[in-house]
Design a protein around this ligand. Structure first.
Ligand SMILES: Cc1ncc(COP(=O)(O)O)c(C=O)c1O
Length: 442
């Protein structure tokens, strides 16, 4: 699951004490484990090895440059959804031809930056010769036309995958369901044939790939089986009409262990998906995967300090310095994160991470943040060991869609990020300061 565990009642990461990190770097702070990041990447790569896929880490899940660098060092490509993410991937050392670029609203400057380093959004001369990204994952007819026109103007050839919407329910939160008909993503399977007929012979934007992403997190293999099966039927139809499909991008969405053993292992997902694609890969089809959460979620915890404890008429509130501005998933998706004090007495070492634990002396409370919204909570009705002002709490499985969705709401500064690696820790993004927060307005 991950490299965060209790020893003698104190939570550590790869042997580094987390309360000491909170004391040194302040709170709220995201702490990442390099061993967990690499371990999860390696497990995905190994499980799908028979398909020899390009594993493109989904930057949006945890975009810190150093996190990207660690994964590029492992051989990962990158899945970007904006010009900013393309620049991150490049700065992290990712070869441009290992970048896939998705997103329904690509703008002209972003498209130019993706096609040519001369148009890098960093204004960095060193980018000039970097070349075009590997694939544009195309979401609409107008987008294809826009990218193709710019590619022609720049005289650059690029590859495109059509994102198709297989109308498969991934059985996850409706806000993170992306592969059903009513969402804004991709085009219907039926429309895909007409799409290839219209655009499949473009000289500059070569349409020779298909992309799906069903949603996230997906805790069973069945939606993937249905999605891939539908895509393969489409590939057959397209090829019978003369459109060669060289690459199939299966997207991301694999689960993470928000509770102990919640998610299928990489090998289970692969066990269901690999047999469907074996034959195609043997004939030369390239497979791309875009995992984010399954790599980064368990690799991070959020450390927060208890500012006050307040007993209301019906319940206890544990008021923390982290809230929806630091980790919005509970407020946005009613997502569950296991939360526990970073130092506990002998009877309170959690035997597992779960919604409820049968331990003596727990106190029911709402764990809330400092933001002026009733929806600002990290956990509701949660049984915790007694905590007091100044205690450090750990919010587990916070590496994905944590820092990447943090905001300055209520003029709170962005938290720090720390990477632990082999017993050492270092800041990989320092805490924002109030002067920085106000710099563009003064
Ligand atoms: C197109 C696409 N690919 C990959 C991902 C990564 O999903 P996950 O982090 O669940 O693996 C997302 C998530 O939103 C996505 O939209």
């Amino acid at each position: 699951m991950d490299d965060f565990s209790y020893r003698d009642g104190r939570l550590g990461c790869e042997g580094v004490d987390l309360v000491s990190l909170a004391d040194e770097f302040g709170t709220p702070t995201y702490v990442y484990s390099r061993a967990t990041l690499e371990g999860h990447y390696d497990r995905i790569a190994a499980a799908f090895a028979e398909l020899n896929p390009l594993v493109c880490y989904s930057i949006k899940s945890c975009p810190n440059l150093e996190v990207c660098r660690v994964l590029v060092g492992r051989g990962a490509g990158m899945d970007a959804v904006s010009g900013g993410e393309i620049e991150r991937a490049w700065l992290a050392g990712c070869p441009m031809d290992k970048i896939v670029y998705a997103g329904v609203g690509k703008t002209e400057p972003e498209i130019r930056a993706a096609l040519s380093g001369g148009h890098s959004l960093l204004n960095d001369a060193a980018a000039a010769d970097r070349g075009a990204i590997g694939w544009f994952n195309i979401e609409s007819e107008q987008e294809f036309q826009a990218v193709a026109a710019i590619a022609r103007e720049l005289g650059v050839k690029a590859h495109a995958a059509l994102r198709v919407n297989p109308d498969v329910d991934p059985k996850t939160h409706r806000y993170t369901t992306t592969g059903t008909k009513e969402t804004k993503f991709g085009v219907d399977l039926e429309r895909a044939l007409a799409f290839f007929e219209r655009f499949g012979r473009d000289e500059y934007l070569v349409l020779d790939a298909l992309h799906i992403h069903l949603g996230s997190p997906i805790y069973s293999t069945e939606p993937y089986v249905r999605g891939v099966t539908k895509v393969l039927e489409l590939v057959d139809k397209l090829e019978s009409r003369g459109h060669a499909i060289k690459t199939i991008d299966l997207g991301g969405g694999f689960g993470a262990d928000y509770e102990t053993d919640r998610s299928p292992h990489a090998a289970e997902y692969a066990g269901a998906i690999v047999p469907l694609l074996r034959e195609r890969v043997a004939k030369g089809t390239q497979i791309i995967l875009e995992p984010g959460r399954t790599i980064s979620a368990n690799a991070g915890v959020l450390l927060t300090r208890v500012v006050y404890v307040k007993d209301g008429p019906d319940k206890r509130f544990v008021i923390c310095d982290a809230g929806m501005q630091t980790l919005i998933r509970p407020a946005l998706y009613e997502a569950f994160h296991f939360i526990w004090p970073a130092i506990v007495g002998p009877g309170h070492v959690p035997p597992r991470r779960a919604k409820t634990l049968d331990l003596p002396g727990l106190v029911r409370c709402d764990v809330v943040g400092p933001i002026c919204e009733t929806g600002d909570f990290l956990a509701l009705e949660r049984d915790l060991p007694p905590v007091k002002r100044g205690d450090v709490l750990a919010v587990f499985t916070a590496g994905a869609y944590g820092m990447s969705m943090a905001s300055n709401y209520n003029s709170q500064v962005l938290p720090a990020e720390v990477l632990v690696s082999g017993g050492a820790s270092r800041v990989i993004r320092r805490r924002q300061t109030v002067p920085e927060l106000l710099a563009h307005e003064r």
